[in-house]
Design a protein around this ligand. Structure first.
Ligand SMILES: NC(=O)c1ccc[n+]([C@@H]2O[C@H](COP(=O)([O-])OP(=O)(O)OC[C@H]3O[C@@H](n4cnc5c(N)ncnc54)[C@H](O)[C@@H]3O)[C@@H](O)[C@H]2O)c1
Length: 309
């Protein structure tokens, strides 16, 4: 076969596959994608002691999953564990773990493997925010943001991905943020850690895809502000386009994205448009839009989580 004919054949195969993926995308835009069952799946949620982590635990409890709950806050985590049992979970395992400490993550992960078994859905949700302007932010706090919001994802993947690969079955969920898509003033360390988390999850997704590990799924979640207390005091100047989200609504969307095996979930939908605009608009226009949406001032009233972490 001549090289010209081989190239033409390669192009034809590529165009046919492209057409099929476009058709699939059209079908799933018109019809809801089927939802998978997560009954009996071992779901590990980090940061399960409050906020989104707690609500995720309750949703997966109702869906019949085995729950593994991690949090640095023992009391909050035990409360979630109790609530999950009341919501119908029969197997709930709560572990106190500081996800920002690599050795602690590995130690508790080994304990989980011995006591519960292989984790099949890993939700990296634990997160912190300093909410300080870059030059006012102490080095230790910036390092902590990276340890909890990003590096913890490396260590949990190292601990649980090998079994997912061996079983060709698993789902990796990264709770990033809209601050992982677009830089925001007053959130430099948080944004950097969330960009890193997103880039890491996307890269491992590409790696598993290129290795044809079809059983390993990834979901990357980028929400705008959610009323959990983490961004207490923050406001939106444009609630119609960028509303502060209700936690139950956000968690419903996250669980749906997992069940439908969506790769990306941005909330609210306007974020997809913002990311699209950013890819081609001149920076001066982008800054005007950011100013109009009040994004320069979203952190002005930040007080943050009042409870101890
Ligand atoms: N709330 C929002 O507006 C918002 C927006 C976008 C993304 N997010 C992300 O969603 C995730 C959940 O946030 P939330 O709003 O539920 O906040 P939250 O403060 O209510 O919950 C965070 C949980 O993480 C736990 N945690 C903190 N440090 C930890 C550590 N070192 N090890 C283990 N657990 C630790 C806390 O104890 C807490 O239970 C975070 O990753 C956050 O960055 C939140």
């Amino acid at each position: 076969m001549s090289s010209g004919w081989r190239s033409a054949k390669k192009l034809l195969v590529f165009l046919t596959k492209l057409l099929l993926t476009v058709l699939e995308a059209v079908v799933f835009t018109l019809l809801p994608k089927p939802r998978k069952s997560v009954a009996g799946e071992v779901v590990l949620i980090t940061g399960a002691g409050s906020g989104l982590g707690r609500l995720l635990a309750l949703r997966f409890a109702r869906l019949g999953s085995v729950l593994v709950l991690w949090d640095v806050n023992k009391e909050g985590n035990e409360e979630t564990s109790k609530m999950a049992r009341e919501a119908g979970a029969t197997r709930v395992h709560a572990y106190t773990c500081d996800c920002g400490q690599r050795e602690e993550v590995y130690r508790v992960a080994d304990q989980v493997k011995k006591e519960v078994g292989d984790v099949s859905i890993l939700i990296n949700n634990a997160g912190i925010v300093t909410g300080k302007k870059f030059l006012d932010c102490p080095d230790e706090l910036m390092e902590k943001s990276f340890d909890v919001n990003f590096k913890a994802h490396l260590w949990t993947y190292k601990a649980f991905l090998p079994a997912m690969i061996a079983n060709d079955h698993g789902h990796l969920v990264c709770i990033s943020s809209s601050a992982g898509l677009i830089g925001v003033n007053g959130l430099a360390d948080y944004c950097a850690s969330k960009f890193a988390a997103l880039g890491f999850a996307e890269s491992v997704f590409i790696e598993t895809f290129s290795q044809k590990r079809k059983g390993i799924k990834t979901t990357i979640v980028c929400p705008f502000f959610i009323k959990t207390g983490m961004f207490e005091g923050c406001t939106t100047a444009c609630p119609s386009l960028l509303p502060i989200l209700d936690p139950e609504y956000a968690v419903g969307k996250i669980v749906d994205a997992v069940l439908q095996e969506k790769l990306y979930l941005y909330m609210p939908r306007f974020l997809y448009f913002m990311v699209f605009l950013r890819s081609f608009l001149p920076i001066k226009m982008g800054l005007l839009i950011i100013d109009y949406l009040g994004i320069f001032h979203v952190m002005d009233g930040f007080t943050g989580q009042r409870k101890k972490q």
